[in-house]
Each structure stands twice: as C-alpha cells, then as structure tokens.
Design a protein around this ligand. Sequence first.
Ligand SMILES: Cc1cc2nc3c(=O)[nH]c(=O)nc-3n(C[C@H](O)[C@H](O)[C@H](O)COP(=O)(O)O)c2cc1C
Length: 181
Amino acid sequence: MNNKLKIGIIVGSTREGRISPQVASWVHEHAKKRTDALFEIVDVKSYKLPLLGESNDQSGVNAWNEKLSTLDGFIFVAGEYNHSLTASLKNALDSARDAWNNKAAGIVSYGSVGGARAAEHLRGILGELQVADVRTHVALSMFTDFEDWKIFKPQNLHLSNLNTMLDQLIKWSTALKTIRS
Ligand SMILES: Cc1cc2nc3c(=O)[nH]c(=O)nc-3n(C[C@H](O)[C@H](O)[C@H](O)COP(=O)(O)O)c2cc1C
C-alpha cells in the first residue's frame, strides 16, 4: 500500500474554452517531480455537479465527495470572475463538507491582477471548511503569463513560488493527517 500523501489539483473553472486545464497541467508537471507526495488533476467539470440542491440525482455529488475523501490536500487552480472565484468552484466547495475538513491547500490563481481577489475570497471560504490554506500563493498575470489571454506561457519566476507553496502544503498536509481519524 502506498502511504504517500495524495494531493488533488482542483481545476476550478468549467466553461467552454477555459484556460484552467493549461495551468493545472503546468502545476502537475512540476509537482509530480517531487517524491514526497502523489499529485493528480481533479477536474470539477468531470463531475457535472448540479447547483446545490437543484437535482435529485446525487451521483455526481457522491462521486465528488468520494474523490475528495481520498485526498490529503488540495491545490486550487482558480481563475477570477467578477473579482471573485468562479461559480463552478464555489458550487464544488459547497457540494462537500466533511471531505474538506482538516486538510491543507495551496492556491494558484490567474487574472488581470494575478487572480488575487479570487484567491482572497477563496481563503475566506476555506476557513469555514476547515481547510488550512498556506501563505505562499502563485499569482499568474493574464498580461505577462498568457499570450492573447489564451495560451499559457508562465514566466520562470513563478516556479520558485510554486515550489515554496508545495513545500508548505506538504508540511501542513502531513501534520493535519495526524488529526484525522
Ligand atoms: C464572467 C467573467 C468575469 C470575469 N471577471 C474578471 C475579473 O473580475 N477579473 C479578472 O482579472 N478577470 C476576469 N475575467 C477574465 C478571466 O479571468 C479570464 O477570462 C480567464 O481566462 C478565466 O478563466 P478560465 O478561462 O479558466 O475560465 C472574467 C471572465 C469571465 C468569463
């Protein structure tokens, strides 16, 4: 049995033409070079989550909760919509409770000002879900890290931030695992 920490890279936007998968792939490509945890991309779009409470079909919500339950920590790939996080990510956060609790998270955001406003709103929500969000945050600019706001071409400087964020995330995920039964 593999006892390594499992970290999910949560793809938080679901619209047609979204750029989030490019950002998630970049995070995954670098994270999986590490040997202290296993990383996987977890795409909110695949779960076809209904807006909370609007459907009797709970299959997507159940599958979402089952997936989150297997994870020890999260990296949220969060684009900024109207100075906040995407509705799809908020709905995905609302669609689980216990499966989030007592775990750690890091944030990779993007937008005209690095997705900073989305990231800060996300931090407030994570507090309520008992997810411990680490300080270091990768903030990608639509102007300098994307070509034509579509093709992801990150500047090298983000790599050191990503690695620091991962160091912090692994430490806190390891610590929090000890208090989950
Ligand atoms: C509804 C909507 C609102 C947006 N509002 C903002 C915003 O407030 N600030 C910002 O920096 N970018 C904003 N954008 C631009 C998005 O950050 C950009 O389109 C990005 O590609 C969205 O992520 P996605 O492609 O993964 O969906 C907005 C985009 C949409 C679709």
